[in-house]
Design a protein around this ligand. Structure first.
Ligand SMILES: Cc1cc2nc3c(=O)[nH]c(=O)nc-3n(C[C@H](O)[C@H](O)[C@H](O)COP(=O)(O)OP(=O)(O)OC[C@H]3O[C@@H](n4cnc5c(N)ncnc54)[C@H](O)[C@@H]3O)c2cc1C
Length: 366
């Protein structure tokens, strides 16, 4: 058995390229692949990993699904799990760019505290892949159109998949400011959320990059985690007199100099460097960034956005267009893995319920 396993592992590597060309040249069933590759006998010993791999064949050969989930990170995978457990034929399309990919450790998600974002996503995907009706496509969805029976989704590599219902779990794209060192430190020592990362930098020399009401509120809030706080307004302060006094009374410095860059080592900030050449030591900086939707298809299809730019949903994750659901960061400012998973689960369960009742009704009338 051990021997067979090794052979299959080697065979997998050797046939990976062959398999890819089979996929792309349209020989698209598992049986035909095994026949073509001469793996007939070995196929009996094929381990689970290969079963996952073979899903890729089903995936490209099949064009119509009951549901397409666009976005296969935490929220999309949670929706997929609920749909897999409800036997729904589902395709998950994912371009592999979750917003937290640069962060070394993810926190505040029960049972997974301190794991890397990738570890959490990989375990999630493995568990979802156990459900035979779930299929995966690695790629970018670029276009969506409404059709008579549902929706067509086109990918950047030219495939068109169709489904009766859609889930958008596409997240948001943070718009990084043009400050040298900011991008490299984002999610490592430049932070968006104290619940995710504040504990690790408690009582450290910390900066807030912000101004006006936002700068004041964020400084007040972060004072829970450290008394060593400086507000960098990056230009003339727009704080009110009262706000300035209240911060001063709590020992929170306000620095109005323009920020030129963040000195850092591998994303761990050491100094904020100002335009005048002076610098100040910090261990962490909080900043809330503007964002845009990661995927424009919801807007193409006419889904309503909120004033802040999130996809508008009701409590059951339904958007303003029938048969479309959305979940995760693309729909809320409550940005955590736990919340994304919760919303994805709701979307998957509610979408399935809609399907069940529709099908039940349709067959009653037959
Ligand atoms: C730097 C940083 C650190 C964070 N740290 C923590 C933490 O420690 N703890 C915590 O609980 N939360 C943390 N968060 C928040 C958490 O990462 C998000 O709430 C969570 O990732 C949201 O999950 P999601 O599935 O909605 O979106 P995402 O995880 O952003 O995933 C969206 C997915 O959709 C895909 N996608 C988008 N458009 C398309 C398309 N057109 N076609 C195909 N695929 C597409 C993307 O490639 C991506 O894989 C952090 C966030 C950031 C930015």
């Amino acid at each position: 058995m051990q021997f067979n396993f090794v052979i299959v592992q080697h065979s997998l590597n050797a046939f990976a390229r062959c398999l890819q060309s089979i996929i792309f040249f349209g020989v698209n069933t598992r049986r035909r692949f095994i026949k073509k590759s001469g793996l007939g006998v070995l196929a009996l010993t094929i381990p689970v990993e290969f079963e996952l791999f073979s899903k890729a064949i089903n995936m490209v050969s099949k064009k119509h699904f009951e549901v397409i989930i666009i976005g296969g990170s935490y929220s999309g995978l949670a929706a997929a799990m609920a749909l897999g457990r409800a036997l729904r034929n589902t395709l998950v399309i994912d371009s592999g760019k979750p917003c937290n990919r640069q962060t070394p450790h993810s926190h505040n998600f029960l049972t997974q505290d301190g794991k890397t974002p990738q570890e959490i996503a990989t375990l999630g995907k493995q568990q979802v892949a156990n459900y035979s009706t779930i299929h995966f496509f690695d790629g970018l969805a670029v276009n969506g159109t409404k059709t008579k029976n549902g929706f067509d989704i086109q990918t950047s590599s030219g495939e068109v998949f169709s489904a009766s219902k859609l889930v958008f779990a596409t997240g948001i794209k943070d718009l990084i400011p043009k400050i040298n060192g900011f991008k490299e430190s984002w999610g490592i020592s430049v932070l968006h959320c104290p619940y995710c990362h504040g504990y690790e930098v408690r009582n450290e020399q910390t900066g807030i990059l912000g101004n006006g009401d936002y700068g004041f509120e964020f400084s007040t809030f972060i004072s829970n985690w450290t008394p060593y706080l400086t507000l960098f307004t990056n230009g003339k302060s727009t704080l009110t007199k009262e706000q300035s006094t209240r911060l001063k009374n709590r020992g929170i410095n306000v620095i109005e100099k323009e920020v030129k860059e963040l000195n850092h080592t591998k994303g761990y900030v050491e100094h904020v460097v100002f335009n005048d050449g002076t610098k100040m030591e910090v261990k962490a900086i909080y900043s809330s960034l503007p964002f845009e939707q990661h995927c424009t298809i919801p807007e193409q299809l006419g889904c309503e956005l909120t004033e802040e730019g999130y996809i508008k949903t009701d409590d059951l994750q339904r958007v303003s267009i029938p048969n479309i659901y959305a979940c995760g960061d693309s729909t809320t400012r409550m940005r955590t893995v736990a919340n994304a998973v919760s919303m994805g689960t709701t979307a998957g369960m509610m979408l399935n319920k809609e399907f069940v009742f529709e099908n039940f009704k349709a067959t009653e009338n037959e």
